[in-house]
Design a protein around this ligand. Structure first.
Ligand code: CA
Length: 428
C-alpha cells in the first residue's frame, strides 16, 4: 500500500507516523478474506498530536516480548509460545517478497494457459475418479460439487504436491514485525499459535507459503480456525497430509461463501454486433433472460435458471472472450479475491467435467501495460478530469470507470480495458 502511505504523508505531513501505520495496516487484504481479529497496541493508543518525533521502532526481541503477553492474554500457553519462538529470527526473503512490485505481470491468457494446462486437467480427472467416494461424502455434508474442489486443490497446491516449505510462524512473525499490513499479519500469527495449541499442525511445525498459507488448500491461519474440518475422523484437522480433510475444508469454506450446488460458476458467451460494452461492469447485474434479450448467448448449452442474475466479464477487453458470471463465481472470489484466479478455477472445473475450453481467441498480440505505464495512465486520466483513484498502478473499479468514460468521449468501445492504444490517446 505505498500509495496510501504517500497520500497520507501529503495530508498529514506534521502528524505522527503511527497514524499512518494504522491507516496502512487497516487496508483490507487483497486475497485473504478473513478480517484481522486482534487489534495491535498501536491501534488502541489514540493518535498522538503533531510535533512528536517519529516513533522509534522496537527491536525484534522487545516486539516479541510484547507479542508474548498479548498471546498469553489471548489464551496461548506460555510454554508453547517460548518453545515455538525459541529459534525464530526475521526472514529477509519474506520482506523482499512482501515489497515486490514487479513491472510486468502475466497477461490473463498466459495465466489461464498455465493454470488450466493439459497435464493439470489430465491429473485432475484421474484424481476425481480416485477420490470419488470421499467427494460424494463431502457433497452430502456440504453441498459442494466435485469439480470445483478438485480445481481448487489443483490451483492451490498442484494437488498437494506443492504446499510450500516456509516456517509459517517465522514468516508471519517477520510480516507482523516488519510487513506492510502489520495488524493483519499479527492476527494471522496469533491464529497460527492457536492452531499449534489445538494440536492440529504437523509434528515438524506449521509449513506453508512465504505469506503463511498452509496445506493442500493453502488456508491462512484465521481461515483455518474458522473453516478447517477433520473429515477423516482421526481427531486432527490436517490440511497438510490428509486429502479428505483438505477437500472437505475447502467445501466447508465454499459453503459458508454461498456456494450453490449444481449451478455453473458462469459460462462463455457470444456478443452481438454493435453491443454496448459499457454493460460489462461488475455493478450491472441482469437475469440470464435479460442478457439473452440483449443478444448475449452462451457458446454451448447451459443448465441454469433464466432468472439467475449475472454480470458480464471481459477479462481481456472487447477483443477477447466474454463470460457471464453467476453467484458461484462470487463464492470463488471469497476464497481468493482475484478474477483471473476465479476464472481459472471455473475453466478448470469445466474441463474436469469434460467440457471444451475457451472458444473465442485471446488478443495474444496485445502488449500489456507495465506498472509504470498503468500509473501514467491513471495520472493522465486524473489530469483530464476523470477520477481513476490513487495512481498506484492497480486497475480497480474506479480506474475501469475512468477508462470507460474516456473511451466513451472518444466514441471507442467502452470496455474499461486499459490498452496500450488508450494510453497513446491519453498522451496526445
Ligand atoms: Ca483428520
Amino acid at each position: 500500500m505505498p500509495s496510501l502511505l504517500l497520500r497520507g504523508l501529503t495530508h498529514f505531513a506534521t502528524s505522527c507516523f503511527c497514524l499512518l501505520l494504522t491507516a496502512c495496516a487497516e487496508a483490507p487484504a487483497q486475497s485473504l478474506t478473513t478480517p484481522p481479529a486482534a487489534p495491535a497496541p498501536a491501534e488502541i493508543t489514540a493518535p498522538q498530536p503533531a510535533m512528536i518525533a517519529p516513533e522509534v521502532k522496537l527491536s525484534f526481541a522487545d516486539w516479541r516480548t510484547l507479542l508474548r503477553s498479548d498471546a498469553i492474554a489471548a489464551g496461548i500457553d506460555a510454554d508453547l509460545f517460548d518453545r515455538t519462538f525459541a529459534d525464530i529470527s526475521l526472514d529477509p526473503n519474506v520482506i523482499k517478497a512482501d515489497n515486490s512490485q514487479p513491472e510486468f505481470s502475466r497477461p490473463v491468457w498466459e495465466y489461464i494457459d498455465g493454470a488450466v494446462s493439459v497435464s493439470r486437467i489430465a491429473q485432475g480427472r484421474l484424481l476425481k475418479a480416485q477420490h470419488r467416494p470421499t467427494l460424494k461424502a463431502i457433497r452430502s455434508a456440504y453441498a459442494v460439487d466435485h469439480e470445483v474442489l478438485i480445481a481448487i486443490w489443483g490451483m492451490e497446491s498442484n494437488y498437494g504436491s506443492n504446499i510450500g516449505s516456509h516456517n509459517v510462524i517465522r514468516s508471519l512473525a517477520t510480516l507482523a514485525y516488519d510487513g506492510r499490513r502489520q495488524v493483519f499479519w499479527r492476527s494471522q500469527l496469533l491464529a497460527a499459535l492457536q492452531i499449534l495449541q489445538a494440536g492440529d499442525g504437523p509434528a515438524q511445525g506449521l509449513i506453508g507459503s512465504w505469506a503463511g498459507a498452509m496445506g493442500q488448500t493453502q488456508f491462512m491461519p484465521t481461515t483455518f480456525n474458522q473453516h478447517a474440518v477433520d473429515f477423516d475422523g482421526d481427531g486432527r484437522r490436517d490440511l497438510w497430509s490428509s486429502t479428505p480433510d483438505a477437500l472437505a475444508s475447502a467445501a466447508h469454506y465454499l459453503q459458508a461463501s454461498g456456494w450453490e450446488n449444481g449451478q455453473p460458476w458462469g459460462f462463455e458467451v457470444n456478443l452481438p454486433q454493435g453491443f454496448d460494452y459499457a454493460l460489462a461492469d461488475p455493478e450491472v447485474r441482469r437475469s440470464l433472460a435479460q442478457w439473452r434479450s440483449l443478444g448475449v448467448n452462451p457458446v454451448r448449452a447451459i443448465d441454469a435458471s433464466e432468472q439467475s442474475l449475472a454480470t458480464l466479464f471481459l477479462p481481456a477487453g472487447h477483443r477477447g472472450p466474454a463470460f457471464l458470471l453467476l453467484n458461484n463465481f462470487r463464492s470463488i472470489l471469497k476464497y481468493n479475491n482475484s478474477t483471473a484466479y476465479a476464472l481459472a478455477i471455473g475453466l478448470l472445473s469445466d474441463a474436469l467435467d469434460g467440457n471444451p475450453g475457451v472458444q473465442a481467441a485471446w488478443p495474444r498480440n496485445d502488449r500489456q501495460l507495465g506498472r509504470s505505464e498503468r500509473i501514467e495512465l491513471q495520472e493522465r486520466l486524473s489530469a483530464k478530469g476523470y477520477e481513476p483513484g490513487p495512481a498506484d498502478g492497480i486497475i480497480g473499479a474506479n480506474t475501469r470507470k475512468a477508462v470507460r468514460a474516456f473511451q466513451q468521449s472518444l466514441g471507442h468501445p467502452a470496455d474499461g480495458y486499459p490498452s496500450h492504444e488508450l494510453l497513446k490517446q491519453l498522451r496526445n
